[in-house]
Ligand binder design. Sequence first.
Ligand code: AMP
Length: 444
Amino acid sequence: MTDTLPAEQAPALADFSSFNLHSILAQALAKNGFEKPTQVQQRAIPTILARQNLLVSAKTGSGKTLAFLLPTLHHLLVNANYYAGTRALVLVPTRELGQQIYLQCQQLLDGSPLKAGLITGGEDFKKQQTLLRRNTAVIIATPGRLLELLTLDVAPFENLETLILDEADRMLDMGFSEDVLTIAKHCSEQRQSLLFSATLTHAGVLKMADKLLKRFELIALNTLRDELPHIEQQIVLTDDTAHKQKVLAWLLENETYTKALVFSNSRLQASALCDPLRDKGLRAIVLHGEMDQKERQRVMKLFRDGVVNILVATDLAARGLDIKDINLVINFEVPRNGINYLHRIGRTGRSDETGLTITLVKHTEWNLMASIERFLRQNFIRRKIDELAGKFQGPKKLKASGKSVGGKTKVEAKKEKAPKIKVRHRDQKNIGKRRVPKAKEPEA
Ligand code: AMP
């Protein structure tokens, strides 16, 4: 199991019977000796049964295969339709993984009229073509071979109900990104999409989720420390924006780094931070979404070439930015949610280089910071800067969640007023512009 929730936080695991799965599946589970769901099954199955899109970080060995197969097959069995073409598609990076999932699928469908098929390279092309033409309910496939078949006359995924990407991070590392996106274009737009990845800190995985899932629930089963052991996560408590500015300048003058990235939640703040840093002789430049493409490219080149070594940016810059030697990331403000935090820190310590992330937190941001800690299941290291010690030392009393006891912070009060909506990455691309939706994240 990859799950590392402390025992007191871990929910009691129910029986498989609590999911009310179709009798064929219940029998298959009993026959194969599966009694209690694993953590990932416990958390993912209800969401998938509710037909939500889902992004899950879970490693091989966590029981992730049953976590997506059981609710997907349940849906197919309960809503029987034997002539609808392929109704569920599982994309996998390797033949071996495909074979494993195919066998598990067959075990579960034993005694049912639904058929599963496997499409991978190195096997008979014509037979696989037939699979696609014969209403095979579940197809498990590697992207390369499947795409070859799709370029022929068949259009088997017009009615697809569920698209699953398993080991998405590996699929991207193996260069399947474009193939996966092309295959997704062949799939019904009404489908449910599920993305399983060993890690959430792979920038490509979040990008893929943006494109394929759009609105989704998120289940993070790895701790941040599991995912990024080589990046230290610190927070510095601060009194107000002016205090933050002093701390920021101090850090940039005293830390050891090759390149630093400073994040601000707004374009205006990012612009305002840059000049005082330059006045101190620091080589800083700003990047935000209102700049035209040419200007952005110019800024990126200066940063990439090392002419400047500090980039002050809005979240926009966190997307797809792949620059070597960024070993310091400073969040001038606490990011709006855990996903944004992951996007930001994903810019440092790439390819196992070591890195440091420092988040400046003032009292109105405490609860937001605590919810990100809880979501990522990591306690950030509290750092004090003696030269710039502030008055705010954290809330006097804390709830079990790590949030402060007593009056609501401004951030929390604002959150309560806003309608709850799901994580929607497409919208988060507009961060720095006016309208910013709140992300709904499940409790860690
Ligand atoms: P996976 O992470 O899907 O590759 O699964 C790893 C192994 O755990 C496989 O051999 C599964 O058969 C097994 N497994 C999955 N779910 C359960 C469960 N609820 N109880 C016992 N074993 C399981």
